[in-house]
Design a protein around this ligand. Sequence first.
Ligand code: NAD
Length: 262
Amino acid sequence: KSAKFSGKVALLTGAGGNIGLACAHRLARSGAAVALLDMNAQALQAAEKAVAAHGVKARSYVCDVTDIAAVRDTVAAVVAEFGAIDFLFNNAGYQGAFAPVQEYPEDDFARVMDINVRGAFHVLRTVSQHMVARRFGRIVNTASMAGVQGPPNMAAYGASKFAIIGLTEVASKDLAPYNIRVNAISPAFMGPGMMWDRQVELQAKVGSQYFSTDPKEVAKQMIGSVPMRRYGNIEEIPGVVEFLLGEDSSYMTGVNLPIAGG
Ligand code: NAD
């Protein structure tokens, strides 16, 4: 069969998580072979099984993106196994703590930066070396609306996602000569799921002037700030990622697409 992405190989990070897995399903349905990377071995195993059901080649790789040597070895293993990497969905991430900046825990700030910025950079750097050699690559980084307008109490996460949008712009310029496009997506409030529940609960717990101390009320406040008056469903992300990886976006690079309900 000649599906849209048949013959293509996609590497996805954070592939055991909500957004990564949803995108893996979409790319597999479109015929791509998929390499799934995550540090959560259990989630990864389930993901590999689910994705392989689409009849494409799927392999999982347990890897912590903050470990440079592990990233290098994993990317080499993926290239050896699949022959190439055409698409990178650079998506692993961690939300961090919720606290006003003057009280934000130092160690958590470092951890968020390490995963969301340094980790994403390692993966991007390593995979793009392979893509430069092949003169082909399509990369999508997962940023966030927290990287467009800084939300209260999320110093590390906000800063990390602003950094991802910056990294996307720089990489798009550095890699343009090699037929590699680099774009970003910025989801906002997505649900249901861990990130949504955690954010509602922890914003309530901070007790800042911006949100109620009742999580149910916080959920209403957040949704009330969205023009479309609902949170986004995880399933509203994969189509956008597929668009940016595919040739319908052939003249787009360095952009950040909000998926935010307005
Ligand atoms: P998730 O927690 O379901 O998935 C994140 C995945 O990343 C997990 O499987 C986790 O194991 C993996 N991961 C974390 N640290 C890692 C590391 N060091 N090495 C390898 N893997 C690691 O969350 P999600 O909603 O699927 O988030 C995916 C991306 O989307 C993240 O970058 C997140 O910041 C971003 N995002 C999410 C939302 C949302 O509301 N869900 C909104 C905006 C942006």
